[in-house]
Ligand binder design. Sequence first.
Ligand SMILES: O=P(O)(O)OC[C@H]1O[C@H](OP(=O)(O)OP(=O)(O)O)[C@H](O)[C@@H]1O
Ligand SMILES: O=c1cc[nH]c(=O)[nH]1
Ligand SMILES: [Mg+2]
Length: 225
Amino acid sequence: MIADKRWKGVYSFEDSPFLMEILTELRNKHTGAIEFRKGLVKLGRYMGYELTKTMDFEKVEIETPLEKTEGIIAKDRKNVVIVTVLRAAIPLMEGLIKVFEHARVGIVSASRGKAPKFEIEMNYIKIPEIKPEDTVIIADPMIATGSTLLKVIEEVKKYGTPKRLIVLGVLAAPEGISRIKGAYPEVEVFVTKIDRELNDHGYILPGLGDAGDRAFGAPIKTAKK
Ligand SMILES: O=P(O)(O)OC[C@H]1O[C@H](OP(=O)(O)OP(=O)(O)O)[C@H](O)[C@@H]1O
Ligand SMILES: O=c1cc[nH]c(=O)[nH]1
Ligand SMILES: [Mg+2]
């Protein structure tokens, strides 16, 4: 885990060859939907595991069949709320929940409109109560302009004030991170890698393309009634 010097509380996993290998497969345009989804599940699981290293644990005394010894109980790991941003975060959440099996899960829909406005449409919002002891993990693979997450964070905050508010993604553009940290300095960001920049259409470069389309197929428009 590397702390990025440009912001406080922003971390990437560029030091993990294993995670970089999974990212390489996701980036490759020849990777099909099945492997793409599997890659996102794997990243959710292993980044979730890395996150546990930043959490609080409690010391406990237990007895093995032979003698007393000390162990730990993962206090924070049991108080997690995962907020899944549709569509692309679904496989990421599947991986995360393997590590945070007690997690309560919120689901929100967020669809980004076209450049230059990138308006965010949020139609579906189901978020559980957020308690002071909770760690909230907002899962969204792509942090591009940051517009989606600004809107999602604003919404999440209505449900309570957690101990930690974390954004967990796969790729981020510096522009998106700067916007989020500018508006919400307390939000921590964990991403597999921070990429170079955005193109004129708001896509991350070099990126991996449209995460939702690659995982689930491109939607088509039907004639309106
Ligand atoms: O940082 P931003 O510029 O807001 O872009 C990031 C968002 O774009 C993608 O969602 P999209 O709107 O494509 O929806 P989808 O997951 O259904 O494809 C992605 O999953 C993020 O939620
Ligand atoms: O590069 C990008 C930017 C936004 N959303 C995506 O899915 N990919
Ligand atoms: Mg998309």
